[in-house]
Design a protein around this ligand. Structure first.
Ligand code: FEO
Ligand code: CA
Ligand code: CA
Length: 552
């Protein structure tokens, strides 16, 4: 956790704490992934001193890195993970690693979506039960054993009996929190499958959270007026069983959908503790005109309780942000009369969360995607991807002028994550002047640099005057948050055609940057395949996990 009074010295002591990994310690702060756990605490991470030549924009079907760096593909869609033949899913998005014991660690990757039309063998567009099953099976996530190779680099081990999948087809997941067993989830206490797994987060007690984002694309949503996909026709399930933060304990494979954290297009989750010790979870809802949330547990986080802290995510108060007045609005019918008058009880708030936020007066935002807690200041950085004109235009926040998005920063009153009030500012606006466009994923390095990936839509041929014409393929930038270069954007890598980068994460020793390349060739049409990455030749494109390091 990140008590705001933490000194830089304490921070470095922690980040240098190889013993934390070596002992298989279960106390793993959410931002631990951003830290170099190398024995030499003073060693800078791969991007620590920014000594790379910024790469130019590119429209090429290639992963471009600065001179002196190289990229290696570690995992590809379809790789066989274990002896029973389970495979690495499609559209890898969130990635994280967790210490396990002295020799091994866990790697977790989300699988957000599936493009069957890009699978080998082609597709005539007809849905069958087998196709629907494949569509669900290739979503979810992969848990993979990591070991050091002969060069000392942490690498996935496959196939291996430890490796397993959670998927959208068969994985049984408990429903927890106020909505479980109520009519709002059709009386269920268990759901089948997890889908649309976008970003995520690590709990302080060492479990993985995976965020169910655009669940409506598979299961539909009556509230949003979205019909289920053809795949759901073969496997009909209630929409209300999806759209949650799902917590997985990789050691026991226990999984819970935490209804107390609300139901919407969950992008990711980032944890902190309030000054009084209660757990705080920050979350974005990636849809134009939707809101920023935080959950505050009823009880205090107890490090010694380990995975039993899971109960904290079942009882607490969900708040939505009024960024214009700087207030957190409780989505609690007992505190917000408008909710009670509209017939909301606490269980319904957990399922119809967007409606509750609007009734409470929360601010519609420009697609709030990743939220991350600054490791030293405790400020909450928010990717505001883009405000799309049209619906809700009249509600466009006055501060938000850029169509190319922005990164916002929220400072809690008194530096207390449990505060009811905050200040909100724009840290970096998008646009040609700054070099930022449509920010999606955020991550911090130990040196307080923010890693930012972009996600704007691309086409086989850029439209004149559009984002793609100006910026090329999607890319990854480094933005210092302190020092003389604070707020300056430096481009480190460019993705292959059609792809976006997801979840930039330093390797356990800090010497590599791991990043998922999602949907290369995703802009292909029926007559034009835009990417052959990563296998080249006449192969079909595949989403893949890549490690970037120095050449020497
Ligand atoms: Fe799955 Fe909002 O990106
Ligand atoms: Ca995302
Ligand atoms: Ca994305």
């Amino acid at each position: 956790m990140i008590p705001l009074a933490h000194s830089r010295r304490q921070f470095l002591q922690f980040t240098g704490a190889a013993a934390v990994v070596a002992a298989g310690h279960r106390l793993v702060p959410a931002w631990f992934n951003a830290q170099a756990a190398a024995p030499a605490a003073k060693a800078l991470s791969l991007l620590g001193n920014l000594d790379f030549g910024a790469v130019a924009i590119s429209h090429a079907d290639a992963l471009t890195v600065p001179a002196g760096f190289k990229a290696e593909v570690l995992l590809r869609r379809g790789d066989v993970l274990n002896p029973q033949g389970e495979r690495y899913g499609d559209h890898n998005d969130y990635l994280t690693w967790l210490p396990r014991d002295e020799r091994t660690a866990w790697l977790w990757c989300n699988h957000e979506n599936v493009q069957l039309e890009l699978f080998e063998g082609g597709w005539d567009g007809r849905w069958t039960e087998a196709r629907a099953a494949e569509f669900l099976r290739m979503q979810g996530g992969s848990a993979i054993r990591l070991e050091r190779d002969g060069a000392g680099r942490w690498r996935p081990v496959l196939p291996h009996a430890d490796n397993f999948r959670a998927d959208g087809l068969t994985t049984k997941i408990a429903l927890g929190g106020p909505a479980a067993g109520t009519s709002w989830v059709k009386g269920a206490r268990e759901a089948i499958g997890t889908t649309s797994n976008c970003g995520g987060g690590l709990t302080p007690w060492g479990t993985v959270c995976t965020a169910e984002e655009n669940y409506q694309e598979t299961w539909g949503d009556p509230e949003m007026g979205v019909a289920p996909s053809p795949a759901a026709g073969f496997f009909p399930r209630p929409s209300e069983h999806y759209g949650y933060i799902v917590e997985l304990d990789l050691a026991t494979r226990a999984a819970v959908k935490h209804t107390a954290l609300g139901r919407f297009a969950h992008e990711n989750v980032a944890f902190n503790t309030a000054r009084d010790g209660r757990l705080v979870a920050y979350m974005g809802d990636d849809r134009n005109g939707e809101c920023l949330y935080k959950f505050v547990s009823d009880e205090k986080y107890e490090p010694a309780a380990g995975a039993a802290n899971r109960r904290l995510l079942e009882r607490g108060t969900l708040f939505a942000a009024d960024t214009e007045k700087g207030r957190w609005l409780p989505l609690d019918p007992a505190q917000t009369p408008a909710l009670a008058r509209a017939g909301f009880d606490r269980a319904r708030v957990c399922v119809h969360t967007r409606a509750a936020a609007k009734l409470a007066g929360a601010t519609p935002l420009a697609r709030p995607e990743d939220v991350e807690v600054h490791p030293l200041t405790g400020e909450v950085y928010v990717a505001l991807t883009s405000w799309q004109p049209g619906k809700n235009e009249a509600k466009r926040p006055a501060y938000f002028k850029e169509a190319a998005g922005a990164i916002g920063a929220l400072r809690e009153a008194g530096g207390d994550a449990g505060a009811r009030e905050f200040e909100f500012r724009i840290f970096v606006p998008g646009g040609a002047e700054t070099g930022l466009a449509w920010p999606d994923n955020l991550a911090f390095t130990p040196e307080q640099h923010l890693l930012v990936t972009t996600d704007f839509s691309v086409k086989p041929r850029p439209e004149a005057g559009g984002t793609q014409a100006a910026f090329g393929n999607n890319f990854l930038v480094v933005v210092p948050t302190a020092g003389p270069a604070a707020g300056q954007v430096k481009r480190f890598a460019v993705a292959p055609r059609g792809a976006e980068f997801c979840s930039p994460t330093l390797s356990p020793d800090g010497g590599e940057l791991w990043v998922n390349v999602q949907h290369p060739g995703g802009d292909s049409t029926a007559t034009e395949l835009t990417s052959r990455w990563p296998n080249g030749g006449t192969s079909m494109p595949r989403s893949a996990l890549v490690a970037i390091r120095r050449e020497t």
